[in-house]
Write a protein that binds this ligand. Structure first.
Ligand code: NCD
Length: 320
């Protein structure tokens, strides 16, 4: 399997490793397909698009939404899954089996492998190993989370009907958040987008990412206090400080509750069309009183869209 090839309108057989593989036209193909998938999902009508197909989900890191929605996506389309959560405990990985052997074994059983792993770059390595089936990156350490960004872009597109000239606030942990890394890559494919990155100084984007993303045309503005947030941004994207990426507890404790999304904050800085997003889980970051605000999409369309986008992506990658 090739690693991270550009999609160029053809998804079939491609590994999905990074948002860098996509152009706006590829994203449009997925959005159109996701709309059809929504009908399939809503109708509870059996679909046989993936009949006879098996997809392996192997998650070396915990997951609720990504795992659950990939699993449901395959089943919604009439396919089946081999599911291994925590292979470090429940597979031969616990006996010391390496990634090479693990990938070669599972590719013999299925038509695609969805992998989550704590080390950035592992999905790409898995794609180099697997010769017969595409690999889909469900989050690689603090690298990327392309399917999350695709569903985030779809959620934003549903609201605004375009992805240009948007102002976003991305809060929390830009240094470690793979969802932020992929979403900035996604927004940079369109014109005139500005991203305010709100974080403690310790958690700002790596200088390498900052330079790399800025060169793509997206305007990045780093802020370290809520007071510098723009009023009436189009979207807020609140992320968790990624505890599992910290080497020492003290360093985590220092920054863990840095930015808390509350109703007063929404009242002060959000506009009537600002959408409130979060890849979840929410850990010390959004007050539950915000949930009832109709602008809060994190427990609404952002969740459902995860399944529709993953249905669309798997069907496309399997050439169905
Ligand atoms: C995110 C992840 O795993 O990167 N969760 C998800 O997939 N929806 C965000 C997070 O864990 O904070």
């Amino acid at each position: 399997m090739s690693t991270g090839d550009k999609i160029n309108g053809k998804f079939k057989g491609k590994d999905i490793i990074s948002l860098d593989q996509f152009d706006p036209s590829d994203i449009s193909i997925l959005f159109k397909r996701a709309k059809i998938m929504r009908e399939i999902g809503a109708n509870a009508k059996p679909s046989d698009i993936l009949k006879g197909n098996i997809v392996t989900l192997i998650f070396y890191e915990p997951s609720s939404r990504t795992f659950g929605s990939f699993s449901a996506a395959v089943k919604q389309l009439g396919g089946q899954t081999v599911e291994i959560q925590n292979p470090q405990q429940f597979s031969s990985v616990s006996k010391g089996e390496n990634l090479e052997d693990t990938m070669r074994v599972f590719e013999a059983y299925c038509d695609a492998i969805v992998i989550r792993h704590p080390i950035a770059g592992t999905a790409s390595n898995a794609a180099k190993i697997a010769k017969f089936v595409p690999i889909l990156n469900a989050g690689d350490g603090n690298g990327e989370h392309p399917t999350q960004a695709l569903l985030d872009l779809y959620t934003i597109y549903e609201k605004f009907k375009h992805l240009n000239n948007l102002t976003a606030v991305m809060a929390g942990d830009p240094f470690n958040s793979r969802t932020i890394h992929s979403l900035i890559r996604g927004l940079s494919l369109y014109k005139g987008n500005t991203v305010y990155l709100l974080s403690p100084k310790e958690l700002r984007l790596s200088r390498e990412d900052f330079t790399n993303f800025s060169q793509r045309g997206v305007k990045l503005i780093e802020i370290f206090s809520e007071k510098d947030m723009p009023k009436n941004a189009d979207l807020w994207y609140w992320t968790r400080v990624q505890k599992e990426r910290f080497k020492n507890e003290k360093a985590y404790d220092k920054v863990k509750d840095s930015f808390y999304l509350t109703t007063p904050l929404v009242k002060k800085y959000a506009g009537k069309n600002t959408i409130l997003m979060d890849p979840l889980p929410r850990v010390g970051k959004i007050d539950m009183t915000v949930d009832d605000d109709p602008r809060a999409l994190y427990l609404r369309s952002q969740i459902r869209n995860g399944m529709y986008i993953r249905m669309a992506l798997i069907a496309e990658v399997l050439g169905k």
